[in-house]
Design a binder for this molecule. Structure first.
Ligand code: CA
Length: 468
């Protein structure tokens, strides 16, 4: 079978619940929905660490962060290791990454395995952004999401048609500080965006780690909200004001992403290659959209754990499907290799989604997943390190605090002197409490399931080689 083209569109911090086909009640995304309508939507796609660079490193290598070497935002990616773009390039694909890279720059951190790369330095800028074009500094006038798409279309137009392509079109948007373009700047101006049901976010049913986190809507600063709240507002009114300012800009940035997804889909149609191209839209992780009273990500709770994932490949995937099988960001590399007809190296820790996307779940497919966030307090939001397991019914989270005595950059924590934190567990019964409002850890009726989940958690930890 002919090797398909692969167009891998990824945005940054785009939560599934801000996508039309995932049932968003706050915005519409007709073009991202077009991908789902022509193919498959995954309803249980999760990241193994809900933060930018680690998720990206996991995607490139198909490995958990302790193996691919990027556990936190402070670690640079070592491009000498095996990645799926390198393997596809070696197999005859023309390869490119355009847009956000966020895995470091210079030496071994520069993109490898790409015939062409043109990426934003670090987080990148929304307006008149700078780029590293194959390492050379350049600057482009305009809006970042449009420019990344322009560069992607330019590259597609001048490609060698004798060979399949792999294009990573990776947007900066809708990452903080949520600066929309002029075209969408007044969208939602005359409406109130609905607040999520968990907006109060008192965290009375959560571990102390949740109450300690500084990512409350109240914590949004004047740069985030493009101004200060009017004088005379009550605390509750201020919070609502900040939420509206934040969420509207977030959704405006997404509107631009969606328009630009449409431009790429139109191009594939015009070029006559839509049938032969695997198109994926995803985001490096989810995001709190006022859920639990928060913005940002990092936690293993559903809004940030969950990744959107829609895919279209008419030759193999039936249109209009949805699937609840558990998929992970570390499955993407294996999936691309599988489509290209390549062997999947044993060092990769995920599994190809190709069967799942065809509607044929492989026997013995995973029913639980392992998660780990490593940046213990060493982050502006004071989110504590944790690991955990999610099954289709339960989620067990362990905030290990200062308990681990393994020397390393993450231990001991920078906690207040003389006040070491105690480890804490949370258990959520996802069927009864899908919004994760009340941990049931320690309740007698959950003792048996807790013991079983702990066994499975340690077995997964062991299997993936995470010894710390
Ligand atoms: Ca991100």
């Amino acid at each position: 079978m002919k090797q398909p083209n692969i167009l891998f569109i990824m945005s940054d911090d785009h939560a599934a619940h801000a996508i039309g086909c995932y049932g968003s009640v706050i915005n519409r995304t007709p073009n991202i929905d077009r991908i789902a309508e022509g193919g498959m939507r995954l309803d249980n796609c999760f990241c193994t660490n809900s933060i930018c660079a680690p998720s990206r490193a996991g995607i490139l290598t198909g490995q958990y962060n302790h193996l691919c070497g990027v556990r936190t935002l402070n670690e640079r990616f070592n491009g000498r290791q095996q990645t799926f773009p390198k393997m596809l390039q070696a197999a005859g694909y023309q390869t490119a990454v355009i847009g956000k890279w966020h895995l470091g720059h210079g030496g071994d951190a520069d993109p490898t395995g790409f015939d062409y790369w043109n990426v934003l330095p670090g987080q990148g800028e929304y307006h008149n952004p700078r780029f590293f074009n194959m390492g050379a500094k350049t600057k482009k006038d305009g809006y970042v999401t449009d420019i990344i798409t322009d560069l992607s279309l330019d590259w597609l137009r001048r490609r060698d048609r004798e060979h399949p392509f792999l294009l990573l079109c990776h947007h900066k948007a809708p990452h903080r500080p949520w600066e929309p373009d002029d075209k969408h700047a007044r969208m939602y101006e005359d409406e109130e965006i609905l607040e999520p049901p968990t907006f109060a976010g008192d965290h009375s049913g959560h571990a102390r780690a949740a109450r300690a986190a500084k990512m409350r809507i109240e914590d949004l600063n004047p740069i985030d909200t493009k101004g200060r709240p009017p004088r005379g507002l009550s605390a509750a009114e201020k919070k609502r004001w900040k939420y509206q300012r934040y969420i509207k800009d977030y959704l405006r940035c997404i509107a631009s992403v969606d328009d630009n997804v449409g431009r790429l889909l139109d191009y594939l149609d015009e070029d006559g290659v839509a049938e032969d191209t695997v198109v994926i839209y995803t985001s490096d992780q989810g995001f709190f959209l006022g859920d639990q009273g928060w913005f940002d990500k990092r936690f293993m709770y559903e809004p940030s754990l969950r990744m959107p994932f829609v895919v279209r490949y008419p030759r193999e995937i039936a249109p209009g499907g949805a699937c609840g099988d558990m998929a992970l960001n570390i499955d993407f590399a294996e999936t691309f290799l599988d489509y290209a007809g390549l062997d999947i190296p044993a060092s990769m820790q995920g599994a190809s989604l190709r069967g799942v996307l065809r509607g044929e779940t492989p026997p013995g497919w995973r029913t639980s997943m392992y998660y780990r966030y490593w940046m213990h307090k060493d982050n502006p939001h004071n989110v504590w390190a944790h690991y955990g397991i999610r099954t289709h019914e339960y989620k067990l989270i362990y905030y290990y605090a200062d308990k681990l005595d393994t020397p390393g950059p993450f231990y001991p924590s920078r906690g207040e002197p003389g006040r070491p934190e105690k480890p804490e567990w949370e258990l959520f019964d996802l069927k009864k409490d899908p919004l994760e409002l009340r941990s049931v850890y320690g309740l007698p009726e959950y003792e048996t399931i807790t013991a079983r989940l702990k066994d499975e958690l340690y077995a997964l930890k062991d299997r993936f080689g995470d010894k710390m």
